[in-house]
Design a protein around this ligand. Structure first.
Ligand code: ADP
Ligand code: MG
Length: 270
């Protein structure tokens, strides 16, 4: 039985869809069997990011009882499987997410990880995504409104009896005024699984001729490297990325003199 994890944030625009796609690809790169589900039945974005928006059978059809879930599973990059949500407003109006848990349970033994990209907020469809999961992974930004909202999401998960396993901090800039990792850990009483820096390469995912997640376009970019570390931590696999070492006096002078280029994985801020 695979781990079924919903990615939830409360607040919108913090990177749930981005992290679902890239984390899924990172896990698949580790030879894990991954299925991504766009559980954001109203604002389906995951298929756009994966460039798979023309899939004819969607989660809407399955939830409406008009198609079998097995017919809504598509092949994505690096062997991931993907269940898209429908894009039509008309079918969204009729969709009821109550059966989501039973449907996902029916395919759980085929995968190591099933990641659900949940909607923003803490309403019915978010709770349905949580309810369909074994674990909730919280996504936040290091700002007070985002942390306040993600705390509410954690409390909702607690209320419906789904375990929150950890938090991912996205859009990290290391600027003065940001809420620190330690404060986020204290406020949420959860471990931090990953810190994803703000990275223009992520933003550019939609700006290319061919839309693609940063993990495919720029796997060495700072965000992609951070997501690969997060994936390894989530899966309990030792990471091969070197932690940034404190530079000694001599190497600082040498790098100033000779302009030693830092490896991309060393540029990820902690
Ligand atoms: N680490 C990051 N650095 C820069 N831009 C990011 C980062 N994470 C997400 N984004 C951008 O922020 C926007 C919102 O992200 P998205 O994943 O759609 O959030 P959500 O699903 O939570 O609404 C997108 O344009 C995305 O490209
Ligand atoms: Mg989204």
């Amino acid at each position: 039985m695979g781990r079924i994890i919903s990615l939830v944030s409360g607040k919108g625009g913090v990177g749930k869809t981005t992290i679902t796609a890239n984390l899924g690809i990172a896990l698949a790169k580790r030879n894990l069997k991954v299925c991504l589900i766009d559980a954001d039945v109203a604002m389906a974005n995951l298929s756009l990011l994966l460039n798979m928006q023309s899939s004819p059978i969607t989660l809407h059809d399955v939830l409406l009882g008009e198609s079998n879930i097995l017919d809504a599973i598509y092949d994505g990059p690096h062997g991931i499987k993907f269940i898209p949500s429908g894009l039509s407003l008309e079918s969204y109006r009729r969709v009821d997410t109550e059966r989501l848990a039973t449907l996902i349970e029916s395919i759980a033994n085929q995968f190591d990880f099933i990641l659900l990209d949940a909607p923003a907020g803490i309403e019915k469809n978010v709770m349905a995504a949580m309810h369909a999961s074994d674990e909730v992974l919280l996504i936040t930004m290091p700002t007070s409104p985002a942390v306040a909202d993600v705390l509410k999401a954690k409390l909702v998960a607690q209320r419906i009896g789904i375990r929150t396993t950890g938090v991912i901090i996205n859009f990290f800039r290391g600027e003065k005024g940001e809420i620190t990792k330690d404060d986020i850990m204290k406020m949420l009483e959860l471990p931090v699984f990953g810190i994803i820096p703000f990275d223009d390469e992520v933003r550019k995912s939609f700006m290319q001729q061919k839309v693609a997640p940063v993990m495919l376009r720029k796997p060495k970019s700072s965000a992609a490297v951070a997501i690969q570390k997060t994936a390894a931590k989530l899966a309990g696999i030792p990471t091969h990325f070197k932690e940034k070492k404190k530079e000694g006096f001599l190497s600082r002078i040498l790098s100033k003199l000779f302009g030693k280029k830092k490896k991309p994985e060393e540029q990820v801020r902690k």
